[in-house]
Design a binder for this molecule. Structure first.
Ligand code: HEC
Length: 127
């Protein structure tokens, strides 16, 4: 009986220690820049994405017609239903065999998160 309760106490102490160590190192984890900065997202979008995806995100930007693969229309269900992480992954790594190239290296993590937030905003707006 004694042994068991000692075990419980020591595992409790171990958990507590791990927790404290976690707290200690938390500031070193990569910063998530939340809440998203929509103004910056908009600026990033206008500079890099609008020519293909269009002002309203309907996939009808001036460069879209010349493309073999049409830019995504963010209002369509297949885009609308994707999670932020999925969209972020696409922006980060691009889409193979399409004009949508990877933006990693050209945009920072924060800029990519902000532009996803801006795309979400566009997708909620009508024409
Ligand atoms: C040269 C044109 C072009 C530019 C510039 C461009 N895209 Fe795209 N994008 C595409 C095309 C084409 C697709 C669709 C590929 C496909 O059909 O799978 C796409 C797909 C996407 C998707 C996936 C949507 C989905 O439903 O899976 C996201 C998100 C996206 N683009 C975001 C961006 C962002 C953010 C930028 C600017 C930083 C950007 N794109 C710039 C052409 C472009």
């Amino acid at each position: 009986m004694r042994v068991i309760s000692q075990n419980i106490i020591s595992s409790f102490t171990a958990t507590l220690c791990l927790g404290l160590i976690g707290l200690l190192f938390a500031p070193l984890l990569p910063a998530q820049e939340y809440p998203a900065d929509l103004a910056r997202g908009k600026a990033v979008y206008q500079r890099n994405c609008q020519a293909c995806h269009g002002v309203g995100g309907w996939g009808d930007g001036p460069d879209a017609q010349a493309l073999k693969v049409a830019p995504a229309n963010f209002h369509r269900f297949p885009s609308f239903l994707k999670s932020d992480e999925e969209l972020l992954r696409t922006i980060e790594h691009g889409v193979v065999f399409s004009p949508m190239h990877a933006w990693r290296g050209q945009l920072t993590d924060g800029e990519m998160q902000d532009v996803v937030a801006y795309i979400r905003l566009l997708a909620q707006q009508g024409r």
